[in-house]
Design a protein around this ligand. Structure first.
Ligand SMILES: CC(C)(COP(=O)(O)OP(=O)(O)OC[C@H]1O[C@@H](n2cnc3c(N)ncnc32)[C@H](O)[C@@H]1OP(=O)(O)O)[C@@H](O)C(=O)NCCC(=O)NCCS
Length: 361
């Protein structure tokens, strides 16, 4: 068995395996991840010449409060049924990480939280809040997103302080990709217009045999949400409309103030920091804006041991727990009696992006 990157000869066989394991429209749902232009980040396990394992990642820039990070999003991980439980996916993860490290990637995000990823060293990322939106009849115009709306939609997307760096063309491509149905969800993107001008957009997902509609991404004026819920209820015949947000989304406190029913759950995505020292250098401006004394914070990595140093005091922990400190949620078992933790509490965890739809590929 050989683990290697895809070539023009193996790339279609890799997609065939992925589409057999997941669903037959994966290449359209993830057109960048599974493109021929991304062969260097697409891995295969070969038995003789047969593709029996696949793993892909796509690298791009995440912007958190104006600070840019290099993020590799892993997806379409599959092993042929006859070859599972032989360590193939684990070897594919290790091979991918090698090339990510060469490219100085800061953070790996994986769409999934199965044991395979936790064993690899990734940790559950943050939490998701789902608010039930009350339906209030109001005259609004809700239409399927059109090409003419995309510049306004990008302005709304860019207002989120936690997002990917996206061009107009990329937003357009992601809108098309997000709308490709899978076996487990159907997604539409709609625009809310005020006198022909877009004032909000929503990525709306329906799941087979589920009576609700999920707004899995929202941009623009949140005051339209109840009217949007009403329009969706009538148009889709759904009984409830849910809006899903990462815990640090700026919309969370606004919706919490409204008192709408809310449930908080762990996020299905996981995250692994590849180089803590490099990451901290990039994080510094953000931390210093929160507390100027953070200029004196440093971090060293010795294998799985991470030491945060502040004012002559050092706090050493595992890479897994250091990830939780930086990105949250803080492990509940963690006391905050250590002087470094006392200092960090409230400055970290730092916010992150909700990796789906226009925020994922
Ligand atoms: C998830 C998936 C990619 C794992 O592939 P795999 O090649 O079997 O993965 P690995 O062999 O590295 O690890 C799987 C398990 O086998 C075990 N294993 C690894 N080597 C082994 C060996 N030599 N003998 C016995 N067990 C072994 C691992 O410990 C692991 O255990 P776990 O299930 O408790 O985590 C595969 O099951 C799959 O394609 N599933 C459908 C698609 C999917 O769900 N993809 C992930 C999306 S989030």
């Amino acid at each position: 068995m050989i683990i290697t990157t895809c070539t023009p000869q193996t790339h279609l066989a890799q997609i065939d395996l992925i589409e057999t394991v997941f669903h037959p429209r994966m290449r359209h749902r993830y057109p960048w991840l599974l493109s021929e232009g991304n062969l260097a980040h697409r891995f295969v396990a070969l038995d003789d010449e047969k593709v029996i394992g696949a793993l892909n990642y796509w690298t791009e820039t995440v912007v958190i409060e104006g600070n840019a990070f290099s993020v590799a999003s892993i997806g379409a991980v599959a092993t042929h049924l006859d070859y599972r439980h032989q360590g193939i996916a684990s070897k594919l993860l290790d091979a991918a990480e090698k090339t990510m490290r060469q490219a100085k990637v800061d953070v790996v995000v994986i769409s999934g939280s199965i044991d395979l990823y936790l064993r690899y060293g990734a940790e559950r990322l943050s939490s998701v809040l789902t608010f039930e939106v009350p339906s209030v009849a109001q005259p609004i115009t809700m239409v399927p997103v059109e090409t003419a709306h995309i510049p306004a939609l990008k302005v709304m997307y860019d207002q989120n302080p936690y997002r990917f760096e996206r061009s107009l063309k990329q937003i357009q491509e992601l809108i098309e990709a997000t709308s490709v149905p899978s076996n487990w969800m159907n997604t539409n993107i709609c625009t809310v217009l005020d006198h022909q001008s877009p004032i909000a957009y929503a990525v709306v997902t329906r799941r087979p045999n589920k009576p609700g509609a999920w707004i899995r991404e929202f941009g623009g004026d949140p005051s339209v949400l109840p009217a949007l819920a009403d329009a969706l209820t009538r148009e889709l015949g759904v009984s409830r409309v849910i809006v899903e947000l990462i815990h640090n989304d700026p919309l969370v406190p606004i919706l919490q103030n409204k008192g709408w029913p809310v449930v908080e759950e762990p996020m299905e995505s996981t995250l692994k920091v590849l180089d803590f020292e490099q990451l901290l250098t990039k994080l510094k401006p953000l931390l210093i804006r929160r507390d100027p004394s953070m200029a004196h914070l440093s971090v060293t990595q010795d294998g799985d041991n991470i030491t945060f140093m502040f004012s002559g005091s050092g706090y050493t922990t595992t890479a897994r727990q250091a990830q939780q400190l930086l990105f949250g949620p803080w492990p509940s078992a963690l006391g905050v009696d250590h002087p470094v933790l006392v200092k960090l509490k409230g400055i970290v965890p730092i916010p992150w992006v909700y990796p789906s739809n226009l925020n994922y590929q």
